[in-house]
Design a protein around this ligand. Structure first.
Ligand code: PMP
Length: 375
């Protein structure tokens, strides 16, 4: 029989016979997705504002060209493991690499969660934590932030103990609020609960305090880092988990073998060798963030929140966030993230810090828009 699959124009059969096999908790979750929208200034995904330097790319490509493509890559080439261990200040056998840190969030939750196990996380935060908790059959308990998006550590701990959480997930600096936990606060969560604490430090190069130096004292602590932000490698997908070596070995069982490809492994190693370049780029982003925040704070009709990340949140009082989003895009070519549908983020947009030129454009656009509405 020829089937509809070969003819894209043919009607597709009703899917209910397949869908009944999908777990209800998964079907209840919205998919993690983002529509691609062309824009002159793309400030919606917290990426590095400019590409890797041409010399760096050339070095990566030359090394990839010289490597054998018909062989499986090493899980982690020795030199890369050592460079990561030195860079982060942790032992090489307590380091796991993944195809993006997303994969390591997935692997960690998958080895921890059984059906109905509880996960506690602040809200609002990175939406993947909730989605993956549902995929693994867990129960997700969001804990709201306090005033000005401050972490409510007491309530996180109390909730984790109340629901007997298997895992507490915290992201510092937090996406999308930019708020931070101190290392001491992360340790309090570890010490005052029985949960595994997954501390996602995706934006740590831009501010906040890492808890990595305390990993040696705490086998219930797992730290995540990514090469998608400060390292400028979002397109190549590379993330790192750091934990007690015994815990790292267990998480590794949930990762697919050879899932970090040769190109990415080589690129990560080359980028690790240019830590000074990375530090310089991160410092420029931090300076741009502070400049943007200070300038936008001069405008009436807008609350601009502090941030330790490569993005910041504004709350619009003078016009609806949806209108502001559309006008930034249509009139100024600036694409930001409309986060206003999240509880606690009413009328808020999240803006990634771009190049100096992007920051100038953001300041000019807001000055035009808020000058107009408040006249
Ligand atoms: N953690 C957080 C908090 C993030 O915001 C993101 C990216 N949006 C990630 C992890 C994913 O990073 P990666 O590209 O390494 O998968």
């Amino acid at each position: 029989m020829t089937t509809a699959v070969t003819d894209p124009a043919a009607p597709v059969v009703d899917a209910s016979d397949g869908l009944r096999l999908i777990k209800p908790a998964v079907r209840a979750q919205p998919a993690y997705t983002l529509a691609v929208q062309p824009a002159t200034r793309k400030l919606n995904q917290n990426e590095a504002p400019s590409d890797l330097e041409p010399e760096l790319k050339a070095e990566i490509l030359a090394r990839v060209a010289a490597a054998p493509w018909h062989r499986y890559p090493e899980f982690v080439p020795r030199a890369l493991a050592e460079a990561l261990a030195t860079h982060y200040g942790w032992v090489a056998d307590g380091i796991l690499v993944g195809n993006g840190s997303n994969e390591l969030i997935q692997a960690t939750l998958s080895v921890v969660l059984d059906r109905d196990d509880a996960v506690v996380a602040p809200a609002p935060t990175f939406s993947l934590y909730r989605l993956l908790t549902s995929v693994y059959g867990g129960r997700y308990h969001p804990v709201p932030f306090g005033p000005d998006f401050r972490f409510d550590v007491d309530r996180l701990i109390a909730t984790a103990n109340e629901v007997e959480a298997k895992a507490v997930v915290v992201n510092t600096p937090n996406n999308p609020t930019g708020s931070v936990l101190t290392a001491a606060e992360v340790l309090r969560i570890v010490e005052e609960t029985d949960a595994l604490v997954l501390c996602d430090e995706a934006y740590l190069e831009f501010g906040g305090e890492t808890v990595i130096p305390r990993l040696g004292d705490h086998p219930r602590l797992v730290v995540l880092r990514t090469f998608s932000k400060a390292m400028g490698m979002a397109g190549l997908r590379f993330g790192v988990a750091l934990a007690h070596p015994a815990i790292a070995r267990e998480i590794a069982k949930a990762k697919l073998p050879y899932n970090v490809n040769l190109v990415t492994l080589v690129a990560a190693e080359v980028v690790m060798g240019h830590a000074d370049t990375i530090a310089r780029r991160s410092a420029a982003v931090v300076a741009g963030r502070e400049r943007a925040i200070a300038a936008l704070r001069q405008l009436p009709g807008l609350t601009v929140y502090d941030s330790a990340a490569n993005f910041f949140v504004v709350r619009s009082h003078a016009m609806p966030a949806r209108t502001l989003f559309a006008r930034l895009l249509d009139e100024h070519g600036i694409l930001v993230r409309d986060v206003s549908s999240n509880a606690g983020l009413e009328e808020c947009l999240r803006i990634s810090v771009g190049t100096d030129d992007d920051v100038d454009a953001v300041i000019a656009a807001f000055t035009r828009l808020y000058g107009e509405t408040t006249r």
